[in-house]
Design a protein around this ligand. Sequence first.
Ligand code: B12
Ligand code: SF4
Length: 457
Amino acid sequence: MATNKKHKNEVLLIEPFLERRCYDDFGGIYQVPNTILCLGSFLNERKIHVKIFSMGYETKHKRKFEEKVLRNYLNKNNPKIVGFTSYTELYENVKRLAAIVKNFNPNTKIIIGGHHAMHQPAEVLESGLFDAVFIGEGEKALEEYSRKVFSEESTTNIHGIAFLGDNKKVVINPARPRLRGEEIPTPDYTLLPKELVKHSNKWLLTTRGCPYACSFCSSNAQYRRKVITRPLSSVKEEIENLAKKYGTKELMITDSTFQSRRDFKEFMEILKELNMKYGIEYTAQTRADNVVNKPEQLKIMKASGVTSLTIGAESASQKVLDAMNKMSSYDYVPKALSLIKIVGLEAGTYWLIGHPGSSRIEEEKTKKAIQDLLERNLSDHYEVKLFLPFPGTRSSKDCRISWLDFNFSNFKFDTKTPVHSLTDFPANEIKKIYLEIMKVLNNHGKSNVILEKEYPK
Ligand code: B12
Ligand code: SF4
């Protein structure tokens, strides 16, 4: 039902419900909505009224309540701006919710950012649901946009956004410069319900960007190899706050390359200090070549409270690794895993099946490599995914790909059905080898981490 109620000068930021698993992933209950928390913290620090909505939490895992929760909030508060974040898999749901907001009050500014929308602003704007698409890091652009909307000024000159101009023509304004490390907001967890923070998995991001350029990676598509690093004082404040106020005992470091921090030793000293003070432990992900080239870092990590390292192996075929622009060779993987196990850390591996360049023959190499790791007990857990051509990535534009499915809700990271075929490697063959690899894992009493649980509907 549409409303005539006066708008409130507020920005409502929403991370929509993700079908099935995410909120119960990795043994936790909820997920901290990192992206909108960063944006919200930045606005809040600058005295712009913001509300953060993580739909998994707001609906207590019940998707059927999502619309009701949103309508109730709109009825009570009628915020002037509603912003959505968008991973590819979330996009169809974002559109559904955006339509509800638009229907409730057609004058509400509805905006969107994130890895999906930023790479295809024209398609997103042509849906007619959004007033602006934010491209790249959103903090400063959102601050400027909010101030202008609240004071009813034009937003058309804001850098870092796209919108429909005259005659519904897509206008993409110039990009904004990247934030400096010290400008990245320290997440302000008080913007979230205490229960959410207490009963959730926590992700620690101390850098933005990655010096490598894997062609399947959306992160690389956004940040283009430039890494910015948060000051350690901000990182320390965040961890200490989580430990003191919320009793956090486990943190997952989700940096693309935390091993490349120039102040790696100082970073580890902080982790160690907080590990000793609060018993907080850390897990992290990294690259095999980084582990092999800097083996001395492993002992330091272990002494600092790091308990597990997961490596992006992706494929055992050099042909596929080259097509991925992985800039590494598979030989590093077993070497890195051995080094990790020797110091007494848990080791894990990520794999990607069906990337351009692969074929039955190439994927057989990966299957054999996994068999070998299982026999040598080198990887404690395995996460094997089907390749998904995320918009914006170089892999998605590879001419060997034929897209079979344009429903982005099916871009699920635990999908067992490819959304694409490759020249000489049809979807049913990709699926077949994928299931064979699952069987190999099962035969060794290991399951694919991403398929191991049943999730509530
Ligand atoms: C931590 C992380 C996770 C964590 C936590 C996610 C969460 N809920 O916060 C976990 C492990 C749960 C996770 C899960 C998934 N993730 Co994840 N994740 C990451 C990671 C490593 C960091 C994300 C982050 O916190 N970034 C920090 C924030 C501040 O940056 P940002 O998200 O880019 O947002 C900025 C801009 O995009 C923009 N912006 C974004 N949204 C909005 C909205 C508005 C209104 C505005 C104005 C601006 C704006 O401004 C932000 C601030 O500068 C990234 C890779 C990376 N290094 O970015 C992958 C990444 C985001 N994940 C990805 C995906 C796909 C997923 C999954 C769907 C599973 C999967 N296929 O791997 C799930 C589901 C996500 C969910 N809803 O929880 C992809 C997204 C690709 C895509 N096109 O969809 C990435 C890029 C990795 C990749 N595969 O390339 N993820
Ligand atoms: S190393 Fe990881 S984060 Fe960096 S470009 Fe490759 S996949 Fe992306």
